[in-house]
Design a protein around this ligand. Structure first.
Ligand code: GLN
Length: 478
Protein backbone atom coordinates (compact mmCIF):
# COMPACT_ATOMS: atom_id res chain seq x y z
CA UNK A 1 0.00 0.00 0.00
CA UNK A 2 1.16 3.53 -0.63
CA UNK A 3 0.52 5.95 2.24
CA UNK A 4 0.34 9.23 0.36
CA UNK A 5 -2.62 10.73 -1.46
CA UNK A 6 -0.75 12.70 -4.11
CA UNK A 7 2.76 13.46 -5.30
CA UNK A 8 3.27 16.48 -3.00
CA UNK A 9 2.68 14.26 0.02
CA UNK A 10 4.98 11.62 -1.42
CA UNK A 11 7.76 14.14 -1.96
CA UNK A 12 7.45 15.36 1.64
CA UNK A 13 7.78 11.80 2.89
CA UNK A 14 10.77 11.23 0.62
CA UNK A 15 12.40 14.42 1.89
CA UNK A 16 11.81 13.62 5.53
CA UNK A 17 13.16 10.11 5.09
CA UNK A 18 9.85 8.51 6.08
CA UNK A 19 9.71 6.88 2.64
CA UNK A 20 12.58 5.35 0.66
CA UNK A 21 12.27 5.79 -3.09
CA UNK A 22 14.03 2.53 -3.79
CA UNK A 23 11.57 0.65 -1.56
CA UNK A 24 8.70 2.44 -3.23
CA UNK A 25 9.89 1.44 -6.71
CA UNK A 26 10.47 -2.13 -5.51
CA UNK A 27 6.95 -2.15 -4.13
CA UNK A 28 5.49 -1.12 -7.51
CA UNK A 29 7.65 -3.70 -9.32
CA UNK A 30 6.35 -6.45 -7.06
CA UNK A 31 2.75 -5.26 -7.54
CA UNK A 32 3.27 -5.34 -11.31
CA UNK A 33 4.51 -8.89 -10.96
CA UNK A 34 1.63 -9.96 -8.71
CA UNK A 35 -0.90 -8.48 -11.11
CA UNK A 36 0.55 -9.94 -14.30
CA UNK A 37 -2.76 -11.46 -15.26
CA UNK A 38 -4.22 -7.96 -15.76
CA UNK A 39 -1.72 -7.67 -18.66
CA UNK A 40 -1.35 -3.91 -18.14
CA UNK A 41 2.33 -3.77 -19.16
CA UNK A 42 4.01 -4.68 -22.45
CA UNK A 43 7.48 -3.94 -21.03
CA UNK A 44 8.69 -3.38 -17.46
CA UNK A 45 12.00 -1.56 -16.87
CA UNK A 46 13.00 -2.97 -13.46
CA UNK A 47 16.74 -2.18 -13.52
CA UNK A 48 16.27 1.15 -15.24
CA UNK A 49 13.61 2.22 -12.70
CA UNK A 50 15.76 1.19 -9.73
CA UNK A 51 18.75 3.04 -11.15
CA UNK A 52 16.64 6.16 -11.62
CA UNK A 53 15.35 5.79 -8.05
CA UNK A 54 18.90 5.86 -6.69
CA UNK A 55 19.82 8.97 -8.67
CA UNK A 56 16.64 10.81 -7.77
CA UNK A 57 16.88 9.87 -4.09
CA UNK A 58 20.35 11.49 -4.11
CA UNK A 59 18.99 14.65 -5.69
CA UNK A 60 16.20 14.83 -3.12
CA UNK A 61 18.77 14.56 -0.37
CA UNK A 62 20.78 17.44 -1.86
CA UNK A 63 17.71 19.51 -2.57
CA UNK A 64 18.49 19.59 -6.29
CA UNK A 65 15.46 17.56 -7.34
CA UNK A 66 12.92 18.43 -10.03
CA UNK A 67 9.21 19.04 -9.61
CA UNK A 68 8.13 15.44 -10.20
CA UNK A 69 10.91 13.85 -8.16
CA UNK A 70 10.11 10.24 -7.39
CA UNK A 71 6.78 10.13 -9.21
CA UNK A 72 6.59 6.64 -10.67
CA UNK A 73 5.11 6.82 -14.17
CA UNK A 74 4.06 4.20 -16.72
CA UNK A 75 3.83 5.28 -20.36
CA UNK A 76 1.61 4.01 -23.13
CA UNK A 77 3.45 1.86 -25.63
CA UNK A 78 2.98 4.40 -28.45
CA UNK A 79 5.31 6.90 -26.77
CA UNK A 80 9.00 6.46 -27.42
CA UNK A 81 11.79 6.25 -24.88
CA UNK A 82 15.26 5.94 -26.41
CA UNK A 83 16.81 2.45 -26.39
CA UNK A 84 13.58 0.88 -25.14
CA UNK A 85 10.98 -0.91 -27.26
CA UNK A 86 8.06 0.97 -28.86
CA UNK A 87 5.78 -1.78 -30.13
CA UNK A 88 2.45 0.11 -30.22
CA UNK A 89 0.99 -3.27 -29.17
CA UNK A 90 1.53 -4.44 -32.76
CA UNK A 91 3.27 -7.47 -34.21
CA UNK A 92 4.67 -5.19 -36.92
CA UNK A 93 6.76 -3.26 -34.35
CA UNK A 94 7.28 -6.08 -31.85
CA UNK A 95 11.06 -5.87 -31.96
CA UNK A 96 11.45 -2.17 -32.68
CA UNK A 97 13.73 -0.22 -30.34
CA UNK A 98 13.20 3.55 -30.18
CA UNK A 99 16.03 5.76 -31.41
CA UNK A 100 14.87 8.89 -29.61
CA UNK A 101 12.67 9.97 -26.69
CA UNK A 102 9.31 11.67 -27.06
CA UNK A 103 9.16 15.23 -25.77
CA UNK A 104 6.42 14.51 -23.20
CA UNK A 105 8.41 11.64 -21.69
CA UNK A 106 11.66 13.62 -21.77
CA UNK A 107 9.98 16.46 -19.88
CA UNK A 108 8.87 14.01 -17.16
CA UNK A 109 12.39 12.62 -16.89
CA UNK A 110 13.86 16.13 -16.77
CA UNK A 111 11.71 16.77 -13.68
CA UNK A 112 12.95 13.51 -12.10
CA UNK A 113 9.93 11.31 -12.65
CA UNK A 114 10.75 7.58 -12.83
CA UNK A 115 9.65 5.66 -15.89
CA UNK A 116 8.73 2.13 -14.81
CA UNK A 117 7.51 0.61 -18.09
CA UNK A 118 5.38 0.72 -21.21
CA UNK A 119 1.69 -0.05 -20.95
CA UNK A 120 -0.46 -2.24 -23.14
CA UNK A 121 -3.01 -0.57 -25.43
CA UNK A 122 -5.07 -1.26 -28.53
CA UNK A 123 -2.81 -1.74 -31.55
CA UNK A 124 -1.73 1.73 -32.78
CA UNK A 125 -4.30 3.13 -30.32
CA UNK A 126 -7.23 1.93 -32.42
CA UNK A 127 -9.99 0.62 -30.20
CA UNK A 128 -12.23 1.20 -27.21
CA UNK A 129 -11.66 -1.95 -25.18
CA UNK A 130 -7.96 -2.86 -25.29
CA UNK A 131 -8.87 -6.17 -26.92
CA UNK A 132 -7.02 -5.27 -30.18
CA UNK A 133 -3.51 -5.85 -28.88
CA UNK A 134 -0.88 -8.25 -30.20
CA UNK A 135 0.11 -8.56 -26.52
CA UNK A 136 -3.36 -9.79 -25.53
CA UNK A 137 -6.35 -8.13 -23.88
CA UNK A 138 -6.05 -6.09 -20.67
CA UNK A 139 -8.42 -6.95 -17.81
CA UNK A 140 -10.38 -4.46 -15.74
CA UNK A 141 -9.05 -4.69 -12.16
CA UNK A 142 -12.52 -4.09 -10.70
CA UNK A 143 -14.00 -7.09 -12.54
CA UNK A 144 -11.63 -9.30 -14.49
CA UNK A 145 -14.38 -10.47 -16.84
CA UNK A 146 -14.70 -6.93 -18.15
CA UNK A 147 -12.67 -4.64 -20.40
CA UNK A 148 -10.75 -1.67 -18.96
CA UNK A 149 -11.72 0.51 -21.94
CA UNK A 150 -9.34 1.65 -24.61
CA UNK A 151 -7.23 2.38 -26.28
CA UNK A 152 -5.09 3.39 -23.27
CA UNK A 153 -6.43 0.47 -21.20
CA UNK A 154 -3.05 -0.54 -19.79
CA UNK A 155 -2.32 3.01 -18.61
CA UNK A 156 -5.70 3.26 -16.87
CA UNK A 157 -5.25 -0.15 -15.22
CA UNK A 158 -1.68 0.59 -14.13
CA UNK A 159 -2.99 3.52 -12.06
CA UNK A 160 -6.28 1.94 -10.95
CA UNK A 161 -4.58 -1.27 -9.74
CA UNK A 162 -1.84 0.64 -7.90
CA UNK A 163 1.05 -0.44 -10.17
CA UNK A 164 2.48 3.11 -10.45
CA UNK A 165 1.61 6.65 -9.29
CA UNK A 166 0.59 8.14 -12.62
CA UNK A 167 0.57 7.11 -16.28
CA UNK A 168 0.52 8.73 -19.69
CA UNK A 169 -2.03 7.80 -22.31
CA UNK A 170 -3.11 9.24 -25.62
CA UNK A 171 -6.54 10.39 -26.72
CA UNK A 172 -7.53 10.54 -30.39
CA UNK A 173 -11.25 9.98 -29.83
CA UNK A 174 -11.61 9.22 -26.14
CA UNK A 175 -8.74 6.86 -25.34
CA UNK A 176 -7.87 8.63 -22.10
CA UNK A 177 -11.33 9.66 -20.88
CA UNK A 178 -13.18 6.41 -21.59
CA UNK A 179 -10.71 3.98 -19.94
CA UNK A 180 -10.40 6.41 -17.00
CA UNK A 181 -14.18 6.19 -16.59
CA UNK A 182 -14.13 2.36 -16.89
CA UNK A 183 -11.39 2.02 -14.26
CA UNK A 184 -12.37 4.71 -11.74
CA UNK A 185 -9.42 7.12 -12.10
CA UNK A 186 -8.91 10.65 -13.42
CA UNK A 187 -8.04 10.93 -17.12
CA UNK A 188 -7.23 14.26 -18.75
CA UNK A 189 -7.12 14.96 -22.48
CA UNK A 190 -5.49 18.37 -23.05
CA UNK A 191 -6.28 20.84 -25.84
CA UNK A 192 -4.91 19.67 -29.21
CA UNK A 193 -1.46 21.28 -29.62
CA UNK A 194 -1.01 21.87 -25.86
CA UNK A 195 1.41 18.92 -25.57
CA UNK A 196 4.03 18.13 -28.20
CA UNK A 197 3.36 14.98 -30.21
CA UNK A 198 7.03 14.50 -31.04
CA UNK A 199 7.88 10.86 -30.37
CA UNK A 200 4.23 9.76 -30.26
CA UNK A 201 3.52 7.19 -32.97
CA UNK A 202 0.89 8.92 -35.09
CA UNK A 203 -2.61 7.46 -35.42
CA UNK A 204 -4.56 10.51 -36.65
CA UNK A 205 -2.26 13.51 -36.52
CA UNK A 206 -4.91 16.22 -36.33
CA UNK A 207 -6.61 14.46 -33.40
CA UNK A 208 -3.90 12.84 -31.24
CA UNK A 209 -3.17 14.28 -27.79
CA UNK A 210 -1.15 13.07 -24.82
CA UNK A 211 -2.35 13.31 -21.22
CA UNK A 212 -2.22 11.80 -17.72
CA UNK A 213 -4.16 9.22 -15.71
CA UNK A 214 -4.02 9.75 -11.94
CA UNK A 215 -5.62 9.10 -8.57
CA UNK A 216 -5.87 12.80 -7.78
CA UNK A 217 -6.59 16.06 -9.59
CA UNK A 218 -3.41 17.50 -8.05
CA UNK A 219 -1.24 14.92 -9.84
CA UNK A 220 -3.02 15.44 -13.15
CA UNK A 221 -2.34 19.18 -12.83
CA UNK A 222 1.32 18.67 -12.03
CA UNK A 223 1.92 16.34 -14.95
CA UNK A 224 0.03 18.62 -17.33
CA UNK A 225 2.09 21.67 -16.42
CA UNK A 226 5.30 19.72 -16.99
CA UNK A 227 4.43 18.15 -20.35
CA UNK A 228 2.70 21.20 -21.90
CA UNK A 229 4.25 23.88 -24.09
CA UNK A 230 5.64 24.75 -27.48
CA UNK A 231 8.17 22.32 -28.93
CA UNK A 232 10.30 23.13 -31.97
CA UNK A 233 10.11 19.46 -32.90
CA UNK A 234 6.32 19.54 -33.35
CA UNK A 235 5.16 22.39 -35.56
CA UNK A 236 1.55 21.87 -34.45
CA UNK A 237 2.37 22.55 -30.79
CA UNK A 238 1.35 26.09 -29.90
CA UNK A 239 3.14 28.82 -28.06
CA UNK A 240 0.45 29.55 -25.48
CA UNK A 241 1.47 30.33 -21.91
CA UNK A 242 1.28 27.32 -19.58
CA UNK A 243 -0.39 28.24 -16.28
CA UNK A 244 0.94 26.95 -13.01
CA UNK A 245 -1.96 24.52 -12.82
CA UNK A 246 -1.05 22.80 -9.57
CA UNK A 247 -0.62 26.07 -7.66
CA UNK A 248 -3.80 27.66 -8.98
CA UNK A 249 -5.93 24.60 -8.54
CA UNK A 250 -7.14 25.28 -5.03
CA UNK A 251 -8.31 28.76 -5.86
CA UNK A 252 -11.86 27.62 -6.45
CA UNK A 253 -14.11 29.90 -8.39
CA UNK A 254 -17.63 28.67 -7.80
CA UNK A 255 -19.19 30.93 -10.31
CA UNK A 256 -18.55 28.79 -13.38
CA UNK A 257 -21.47 28.47 -15.68
CA UNK A 258 -21.94 24.88 -16.82
CA UNK A 259 -23.87 23.76 -19.88
CA UNK A 260 -25.72 20.45 -20.04
CA UNK A 261 -26.15 19.37 -23.68
CA UNK A 262 -29.44 17.56 -24.11
CA UNK A 263 -28.00 15.56 -27.03
CA UNK A 264 -25.68 13.79 -24.56
CA UNK A 265 -28.37 12.59 -22.18
CA UNK A 266 -30.87 10.99 -24.55
CA UNK A 267 -31.58 7.48 -25.73
CA UNK A 268 -28.84 4.89 -25.33
CA UNK A 269 -27.36 6.30 -22.13
CA UNK A 270 -27.21 3.83 -19.23
CA UNK A 271 -29.62 4.93 -16.48
CA UNK A 272 -27.14 4.50 -13.63
CA UNK A 273 -24.58 6.69 -15.41
CA UNK A 274 -27.25 9.29 -16.10
CA UNK A 275 -28.35 9.36 -12.48
CA UNK A 276 -24.80 9.54 -11.11
CA UNK A 277 -24.05 12.58 -13.28
CA UNK A 278 -27.34 14.26 -12.45
CA UNK A 279 -26.52 13.86 -8.75
CA UNK A 280 -23.17 15.60 -9.13
CA UNK A 281 -24.71 18.35 -11.25
CA UNK A 282 -27.38 18.95 -8.57
CA UNK A 283 -24.67 19.26 -5.93
CA UNK A 284 -22.65 21.65 -8.09
CA UNK A 285 -25.77 23.74 -8.45
CA UNK A 286 -26.43 23.89 -4.73
CA UNK A 287 -22.76 24.88 -4.24
CA UNK A 288 -23.17 27.96 -6.40
CA UNK A 289 -22.34 26.80 -9.93
CA UNK A 290 -24.80 28.00 -12.53
CA UNK A 291 -26.32 25.17 -14.57
CA UNK A 292 -27.99 25.78 -17.94
CA UNK A 293 -29.28 23.63 -20.79
CA UNK A 294 -27.43 23.94 -24.08
CA UNK A 295 -27.55 22.40 -27.56
CA UNK A 296 -24.83 20.81 -29.66
CA UNK A 297 -27.01 20.17 -32.70
CA UNK A 298 -24.42 18.48 -34.92
CA UNK A 299 -23.60 15.84 -32.35
CA UNK A 300 -25.32 13.10 -34.36
CA UNK A 301 -22.61 13.43 -37.04
CA UNK A 302 -19.64 13.00 -34.72
CA UNK A 303 -19.12 9.23 -35.04
CA UNK A 304 -19.31 9.20 -38.84
CA UNK A 305 -17.12 12.28 -39.15
CA UNK A 306 -14.57 10.93 -36.69
CA UNK A 307 -14.30 7.51 -38.33
CA UNK A 308 -13.93 8.99 -41.83
CA UNK A 309 -11.25 11.52 -40.91
CA UNK A 310 -9.23 9.39 -38.50
CA UNK A 311 -9.14 6.38 -40.81
CA UNK A 312 -8.04 8.66 -43.67
CA UNK A 313 -5.19 10.05 -41.56
CA UNK A 314 -4.30 6.59 -40.24
CA UNK A 315 -4.10 5.07 -43.72
CA UNK A 316 -1.51 7.68 -44.60
CA UNK A 317 0.38 7.54 -41.28
CA UNK A 318 0.62 3.75 -41.32
CA UNK A 319 1.95 3.60 -44.88
CA UNK A 320 5.47 3.75 -43.45
CA UNK A 321 5.26 0.23 -41.99
CA UNK A 322 6.27 -1.68 -45.09
CA UNK A 323 8.69 -4.27 -43.76
CA UNK A 324 11.66 -2.35 -45.19
CA UNK A 325 12.16 0.40 -42.64
CA UNK A 326 10.70 -0.77 -39.33
CA UNK A 327 10.22 -3.93 -37.36
CA UNK A 328 8.61 -7.03 -38.73
CA UNK A 329 9.40 -8.35 -42.23
CA UNK A 330 7.68 -11.35 -43.79
CA UNK A 331 10.01 -14.23 -44.68
CA UNK A 332 7.63 -15.47 -47.19
CA UNK A 333 8.09 -13.22 -50.26
CA UNK A 334 9.64 -13.71 -53.68
CA UNK A 335 9.44 -10.10 -54.90
CA UNK A 336 9.70 -6.65 -53.32
CA UNK A 337 5.97 -6.07 -53.76
CA UNK A 338 5.20 -9.40 -52.12
CA UNK A 339 7.46 -8.41 -49.24
CA UNK A 340 5.49 -5.19 -48.68
CA UNK A 341 2.16 -6.96 -49.02
CA UNK A 342 3.01 -9.92 -46.83
CA UNK A 343 4.73 -7.87 -44.14
CA UNK A 344 1.65 -5.66 -43.78
CA UNK A 345 -0.83 -8.54 -44.06
CA UNK A 346 0.99 -10.60 -41.43
CA UNK A 347 2.14 -7.69 -39.24
CA UNK A 348 -1.06 -5.70 -38.73
CA UNK A 349 -4.05 -6.94 -36.73
CA UNK A 350 -7.63 -7.10 -37.95
CA UNK A 351 -8.85 -3.72 -36.66
CA UNK A 352 -5.83 -1.82 -37.98
CA UNK A 353 -6.32 -3.39 -41.42
CA UNK A 354 -10.00 -2.46 -41.33
CA UNK A 355 -9.09 1.17 -40.60
CA UNK A 356 -6.43 1.32 -43.32
CA UNK A 357 -8.91 -0.03 -45.87
CA UNK A 358 -11.63 2.40 -44.75
CA UNK A 359 -9.18 5.28 -44.88
CA UNK A 360 -7.88 4.37 -48.32
CA UNK A 361 -11.46 4.10 -49.53
CA UNK A 362 -12.60 7.53 -48.27
CA UNK A 363 -9.52 9.15 -49.80
CA UNK A 364 -9.76 7.39 -53.17
CA UNK A 365 -10.30 9.59 -56.25
CA UNK A 366 -13.97 8.78 -56.80
CA UNK A 367 -15.01 9.12 -53.15
CA UNK A 368 -12.82 11.92 -51.82
CA UNK A 369 -15.48 14.63 -52.22
CA UNK A 370 -18.34 12.48 -50.99
CA UNK A 371 -16.59 11.30 -47.82
CA UNK A 372 -13.37 13.01 -46.86
CA UNK A 373 -14.25 16.53 -47.97
CA UNK A 374 -17.76 16.29 -46.57
CA UNK A 375 -16.42 15.05 -43.25
CA UNK A 376 -14.03 18.02 -43.09
CA UNK A 377 -17.05 20.30 -43.48
CA UNK A 378 -18.95 18.41 -40.78
CA UNK A 379 -15.93 18.76 -38.49
CA UNK A 380 -16.18 22.53 -38.88
CA UNK A 381 -19.90 22.48 -37.98
CA UNK A 382 -19.19 20.41 -34.87
CA UNK A 383 -16.44 22.84 -33.87
CA UNK A 384 -18.81 25.77 -34.48
CA UNK A 385 -21.34 24.22 -32.08
CA UNK A 386 -18.71 24.27 -29.33
CA UNK A 387 -17.54 27.80 -30.19
CA UNK A 388 -21.09 29.00 -29.87
CA UNK A 389 -21.71 27.07 -26.63
CA UNK A 390 -18.54 28.44 -25.00
CA UNK A 391 -19.67 32.01 -25.71
CA UNK A 392 -22.32 31.36 -23.10
CA UNK A 393 -20.85 28.75 -20.70
CA UNK A 394 -17.45 28.03 -19.12
CA UNK A 395 -17.77 24.27 -19.07
CA UNK A 396 -19.88 21.44 -20.44
CA UNK A 397 -20.77 18.30 -18.49
CA UNK A 398 -21.44 15.00 -20.27
CA UNK A 399 -21.05 11.27 -19.76
CA UNK A 400 -17.70 9.77 -20.80
CA UNK A 401 -19.30 6.57 -22.09
CA UNK A 402 -22.89 5.49 -22.76
CA UNK A 403 -22.28 2.15 -21.01
CA UNK A 404 -20.59 0.65 -17.98
CA UNK A 405 -17.45 -1.45 -18.64
CA UNK A 406 -18.68 -4.30 -20.82
CA UNK A 407 -17.66 -7.97 -20.84
CA UNK A 408 -14.57 -9.08 -22.74
CA UNK A 409 -15.68 -10.33 -26.16
CA UNK A 410 -19.13 -8.75 -25.86
CA UNK A 411 -18.62 -6.27 -28.71
CA UNK A 412 -15.53 -7.53 -30.49
CA UNK A 413 -17.42 -9.11 -33.39
CA UNK A 414 -19.41 -5.95 -34.08
CA UNK A 415 -17.14 -3.00 -34.96
CA UNK A 416 -20.04 -0.58 -35.47
CA UNK A 417 -21.39 -1.29 -31.99
CA UNK A 418 -17.88 -0.69 -30.63
CA UNK A 419 -17.55 2.61 -32.58
CA UNK A 420 -20.91 3.83 -31.26
CA UNK A 421 -19.52 3.63 -27.73
CA UNK A 422 -17.33 6.64 -28.64
CA UNK A 423 -20.39 8.85 -29.03
CA UNK A 424 -19.58 11.23 -26.14
CA UNK A 425 -15.82 11.50 -26.53
CA UNK A 426 -14.95 11.95 -30.23
CA UNK A 427 -16.49 15.45 -30.40
CA UNK A 428 -13.76 16.94 -28.18
CA UNK A 429 -11.07 15.66 -30.58
CA UNK A 430 -12.97 16.88 -33.62
CA UNK A 431 -13.10 20.33 -31.99
CA UNK A 432 -9.59 20.16 -30.45
CA UNK A 433 -10.89 21.03 -26.96
CA UNK A 434 -9.77 19.59 -23.59
CA UNK A 435 -11.77 17.16 -21.46
CA UNK A 436 -11.42 15.23 -18.23
CA UNK A 437 -13.12 12.14 -16.86
CA UNK A 438 -13.77 12.39 -13.12
CA UNK A 439 -14.58 9.15 -11.23
CA UNK A 440 -17.85 10.13 -9.57
CA UNK A 441 -19.62 6.94 -8.52
CA UNK A 442 -19.95 3.18 -8.69
CA UNK A 443 -22.86 1.29 -10.19
CA UNK A 444 -24.95 -1.08 -8.12
CA UNK A 445 -22.66 -3.88 -9.24
CA UNK A 446 -19.65 -1.84 -8.13
CA UNK A 447 -18.47 -0.79 -11.60
CA UNK A 448 -16.85 2.65 -11.94
CA UNK A 449 -18.72 5.59 -13.47
CA UNK A 450 -16.88 8.58 -14.93
CA UNK A 451 -18.29 12.03 -15.61
CA UNK A 452 -16.80 14.08 -18.41
CA UNK A 453 -16.16 17.81 -18.19
CA UNK A 454 -15.25 19.73 -21.37
CA UNK A 455 -13.82 23.23 -21.68
CA UNK A 456 -12.86 25.65 -24.43
CA UNK A 457 -9.40 25.45 -26.00
CA UNK A 458 -6.62 26.10 -23.46
CA UNK A 459 -9.10 26.30 -20.56
CA UNK A 460 -7.67 23.26 -18.78
CA UNK A 461 -7.43 25.28 -15.58
CA UNK A 462 -11.23 25.55 -15.37
CA UNK A 463 -11.47 21.78 -15.82
CA UNK A 464 -8.93 21.15 -13.11
CA UNK A 465 -10.39 23.63 -10.62
CA UNK A 466 -13.87 22.20 -11.02
CA UNK A 467 -12.60 18.62 -10.79
CA UNK A 468 -10.70 19.55 -7.64
CA UNK A 469 -13.85 21.04 -6.17
CA UNK A 470 -15.78 17.86 -7.02
CA UNK A 471 -13.02 15.68 -5.56
CA UNK A 472 -12.75 17.62 -2.31
CA UNK A 473 -16.17 19.09 -1.66
CA UNK A 474 -18.66 16.81 -3.38
CA UNK A 475 -17.25 13.30 -3.45
CA UNK A 476 -15.73 13.46 0.02
CA UNK A 477 -19.12 14.06 1.58
CA UNK A 478 -20.75 11.19 -0.29
N1 GLN B 1 -12.06 4.42 -29.50
C1 GLN B 1 -11.62 5.36 -30.48
C2 GLN B 1 -11.10 4.63 -31.70
O1 GLN B 1 -11.17 3.46 -31.73
C3 GLN B 1 -10.58 6.27 -29.88
C4 GLN B 1 -9.20 5.79 -29.94
C5 GLN B 1 -8.21 6.75 -29.35
O2 GLN B 1 -8.59 7.78 -28.77
N2 GLN B 1 -6.94 6.46 -29.55
O3 GLN B 1 -10.66 5.21 -32.63
Amino acid sequence: MVNYKNHSEKLQKLKSGELSLEDNVKFFLSEIDKNKKLNAFNFVFSDFALEQAKTVQGKIKNNTNGKLAGMVVAIKDVLSLKDKPTACSSKILKDYIAVYTSTAVQKLIDEDAIIIGKTNCDEFAMGSSNENSAFGAVLNPVDNQRVPGGSSGGSAVAVAAGLCDVSLGTDTGGSIRQPASFCGVYGLKPTYSRVSRYGLTAFASSFDSIGPFSHSVEDAAKVLEVISGKDEKDSTSLNVEVPNYSAELTNIDKKYKIGIPKEYFGEGLNEEIKKAIEDVVAKLKSSGFEIVDINLPHNEYTIATYYILTTAEASSNLARYDGARYGFRSNDAATLLDMYNNSRSEGFGKEVKRRIMLGTYVLSAGYYDAYYKKAQKARRLIKNDFDLAFKNVDLIIAPASPTLPFKIGEKSEDPLEMYLGDIYTTSANLAGIPGISVPVANSEEGLPIGMQILANQFDELKLLKTSYFIQNEILKNN
